[in-house]
Design a protein around this ligand. Structure first.
Ligand SMILES: Nc1nc2c(ncn2[C@@H]2O[C@H](COP(=O)(O)OP(=O)(O)OP(=O)(O)O)[C@@H](O)[C@H]2O)c(=O)[nH]1
Ligand SMILES: [Mg+2]
Length: 460
């Protein structure tokens, strides 16, 4: 990175459009554009212009007109990169942009690398690293939720919290080190209990941030929900009833469904990959057996298991076997066919054996209880996540740094409890501080910074 170099790139996407922009940034930006731009009003001097649009033409070095343009000048430090920036607003066609850029590049200006404008904004202190990453997230946002998260991050909400936690750690370190330097004085009286309380507070904040990452991921990536149960319980009927169309084949023959059938289905903003599976039972039929093997694999990967029971036949050995297979996972027990019979009490015992999972009585045929089933599914997948508020942590990189800081502080807490000497604890405290610094960039190395900006698009 050579900040004394002036760089340029086309900042708008390739293709046809109303406008296309050539962006130039660096110490020579104004001087270079002055040489290729003729303002319509010849009295205008670009050197005197700031944050104004000037109408005129760009031409090549032989004086041939390239395009009719508006030029915007934004002077350092009040620009995107904090350097002098000039944007040439051309017509949005391939050739005008190509010729304009090529002409600018003949004058000792270098083509910008992907993300280099934003990288300069970061290196010049206009954005921290988390905010710079938010720029890329904002451009790539595909859902309103990810857009909201990117905007909050760009506004510095995450950075603010992380910086506060870093400050807390630093003042803790200072107090501990003062104690080490002046052990006989009263300076920074820091017993292990005070240290543990303060580390505990920081840990709590870190846990909240990590939880918000899990919530955000749920909304972004969704969860796989698997309908499983014995043959003929009504899994396929329930799948169709939830999707509100006849996706899966339903017959009165047990063993109808052979393959795993998946369909995406959104409940309250959470994308569920809903899977109907083959009923679980002992079988001599090789096709059915292969289907059952697939059911088992789907169950292993499931983020939610909807166990389908049959009120008409009651609880059987197959139900108990499935329960032991999925025990410990997020499960909802749906007792189907309640239009035919009242569920026997054994279903409650089955649910109790599944850590008291939610039980919902439904009928895939009449539609009774479906809203309650959806409610139980949502509550089970969102269990423990933050309700309502927009999650703060969107990037896996940030979650990893937070997780590392949390692990280090947990070790500090455990060691303080075991009576370790305080000076040995400062090492982990300092490392936790550095881990947090990777989020905002205060502790990020050149390699990490390069890797982050390499993923940006050209011209940003
Ligand atoms: N009365 C009543 N019948 C139902 C209900 N749900 C399903 N059925 C019937 O039960 C039979 C089996 O339904 P499916 O949905 O194919 O059952 P399944 O669990 O997918 O069965 P397999 O694919 O064989 O494992 C069909 O005849 C359905 O019409 C219900 O809520 N009430
Ligand atoms: Mg089926």
């Amino acid at each position: 990175m050579y900040p004394d170099e002036t760089i340029a790139a086309v900042a708008t996407p390739p293709g046809e459009g109303g406008i296309g922009i050539v962006r130039v940034s660096g110490p020579r930006a104004v001087e270079v554009v002055k040489r290729v731009f003729r303002p319509r009003n010849s009295g205008i001097d670009l050197d005197m212009v700031n944050k104004e649009l000037v109408y005129g033409h760009v031409h090549d070095l032989q004086g041939g007109r390239i395009d009719e343009v508006l030029v915007a000048v934004m002077r350092s430090p009040h620009s995107y990169t904090r350097e002098d920036v000039v944007e040439i607003n051309c017509h949005g066609g391939f050739i005008p942009l190509k010729l304009t850029l090529e002409t600018v590049l003949t004058m000792g200006v270098r083509l910008a690398e992907p993300g280099e404008f934003t990288k300069r904004a970061f290196l010049n202190g206009r954005l921290d690293l988390a905010q710079a990453e938010a720029v890329a997230d904002l451009i790539r946002a595909r859902t309103e939720e990810s857009h909201r998260m990117a905007m909050e991050q760009l506004g510095g909400r995450l950075s603010g919290i992380v910086t506060r936690l870093q400050d807390d750690l630093l003042s803790l370190l200072a107090a501990v080190e003062a104690e080490l330097d002046f052990p006989t004085d009263d300076v920074g009286e820091m017993d292990r209990e005070t240290l543990s309380t303060r580390v505990g507070d920081i840990l709590e904040a870190l846990d909240r941030l990590l939880l918000s990452f899990a919530t955000g991921r749920l909304f972004r990536e969704g969860v796989s929900a698997v309908l499983a149960g014995k043959p003929n319980a009504g899994k396929s009927s329930l799948m169709n009833a939830l999707l509100r169309w006849d996706r899966a084949i339903v017959t009165c023959v047990p063993g109808t469904t052979r393959d795993v059938i998946e369909e995406t289905y959104v409940i309250r903003g959470i994308p569920l990959r809903l899977a109907d599976t083959a009923g679980l039972r002992e079988t001599g039929d090789p096709v059915e057996a292969a289907g059952i093997e697939r059911t088992r694999r789907a169950l292993e990967l499931a983020g939610l298991v909807v166990m389908v029971g049959d009120a008409a036949t009651g609880v059987s050995g197959e139900d108990r076997e499935l329960a032991s297979l999925v025990n410990g996972r997020p499960v909802v027990l749906a007792i189907n066919k309640v239009d035919l019979a009242r569920p026997e009490p054994a279903f409650q015992e089955l649910a109790a054996s599944l850590n008291g999972c939610p039980v919902v009585e439904v009928s895939a045929v009449t539609g009774a209880g479906l809203a309650g089933l959806e409610q139980a599914m949502v509550e089970t997948v969102t269990a423990g996540s933050l309700p309502g508020e927009t999650p703060l942590v969107a990037a896996a990189r940030h979650a990893r740094a937070l997780g590392r800081a949390r692990d280090l502080l947990q070790a500090v807490l455990a060691r303080a409890g075991e009576g370790w000497p305080v000076d040995l604890l400062t090492i982990d405290l300092r490392e936790a501080w550095e881990a947090l610094g990777e989020i905002t960039g205060s502790g990020a190395g050149a390699e990490l910074i390069d890797r982050i900006f390499r993923d940006f698009c050209l011209g940003k």
